[in-house]
Design a protein around this ligand. Structure first.
Ligand SMILES: [Fe+2]
Ligand SMILES: [Fe+2]
Length: 333
């Protein structure tokens, strides 16, 4: 039998149990354990007429069990039924393969489209950041520098172990990148206020304060049009935009939050933001040295700033000094 099988692959096998060389039970075990023959349906055709043998045959993988003497027409009909089942199975397997290919192609197309959308989002984000920078040209470079100061503060947190549990699950790079939108609300502040060469009046300062809440609602609007997997980035951006002017003692804006009511991101950003304002030249003030800015930040511990974050700032203050001198060096070229 197996010699014949090596030459042809039958559509169906009719197998007796009592055979001279190998009995049917052993033969079906060999057939079903072979990757080449396992799918060929086997019908037992035997003179053994007992329920135990029939059950054993079906359990070993036979599709039918017919006892001798048999009615030839009935046997042909049953073979025909099993051949129809095979045809249908092969057809379904073929359709399954086509469906699998279709799904793979679809997934590839979706991945390509997602990549395109993702690139588009990055370029839109870059454009918005550029827009904020160009709108606020007096503080040129503020966005990229504060992101850098924020990065140093994160290293200070790691060195001091402050808020280790809280930042353990953070995607720090995502927070850093999202910080670039912290002043996005300045897009809506009038030039007369944004570029004023002098101290703001009380009313002007009130308008300036709205860059926090307006920034948050701009981010909300961007978020509505983005797929859900980008929301984490925008959520971080919103927290930073909304809370970077809150103060530890509750005298900040827009909500007057105090202490740990202010999200950690906002408390970190407050130090990075103020440090950058201090070391930058503005129409109404000259740039302070790193040492002077450092003194002001330290003096603000417990009032403007979270004392534990100020301690982290002190730990890595040398990085700020180094970063500032390399920025100044770059600006002088
Ligand atoms: Fe701001
Ligand atoms: Fe800022």
């Amino acid at each position: 039998m197996f010699d014949l099988l090596s030459k042809i692959t039958p559509a169906i096998i009719l197998l007796d149990i009592n055979m001279p060389e190998i009995n049917g039970v052993e033969a079906i075990k060999i057939l079903k354990s072979s990757p080449h023959y396992a799918d060929i349906p086997v019908i037992f055709l035997t003179s053994i007429n007992n329920k135990g043998s029939e059950l054993e045959g079906l359990c070993l993988g036979a599709v039918d069990y017919i006892t001798k003497p048999f009615e030839p027409l009935l046997l042909l009909k049953r073979v025909e039924i099993h051949l129809t089942i095979i045809k249908q199975r092969l057809k379904m397997e073929e359709q399954g393969k086509k469906l699998k290919n279709f799904n793979e192609n679809l997934q590839k197309m979706v991945a390509e489209e997602t990549e395109k959308v993702s690139k588009l989002q990055v370029s839109v984000l870059e454009t918005v950041v550029d827009l904020v920078e160009s709108r606020d040209d007096i503080t040129g470079g503020h966005i990229s520098r504060t992101m850098n100061w924020l990065k140093y503060l994160f290293s200070g947190l790691i060195e001091t172990g402050a808020y280790a549990d809280e930042i353990e699950d953070w995607d720090v790079d995502l927070v850093l990148q999202s910080s670039r939108l912290h002043d996005v609300g300045k897009i809506s502040i009038s030039d007369a206020i944004l570029k004023k060469k002098g101290k703001l009046t009380e009313a002007e300062f009130e308008e300036m304060k709205t860059h926090t809440t307006i920034g948050a609602s701009i981010i909300d609007r961007i978020c509505d049009s983005l797929p859900k997997d980008n929301h984490q980035f925008m959520n971080q951006a919103k927290i930073l935009a909304l809370t970077h002017h809150e103060k530890w003692d509750g005298t900040g804006y827009p909500y007057g939050l105090a202490g740990e009511e202010i999200p950690l991101q906002g408390r970190l950003m407050a130090i990075a933001d103020v440090y950058d304002a201090l070391i930058s030249e503005r129409p109404y003030k000259s740039a302070l040295s790193h040492e002077m800015a450092e003194r002001i930040i330290i003096a603000g511990a417990g009032a403007h700033f979270d004392p534990r974050l100020v301690a982290a700032f002190q730990k890595v203050s040398w990085k700020f000094a180094q970063g500032l001198s390399s920025t100044a060096l770059a600006a002088s070229f």
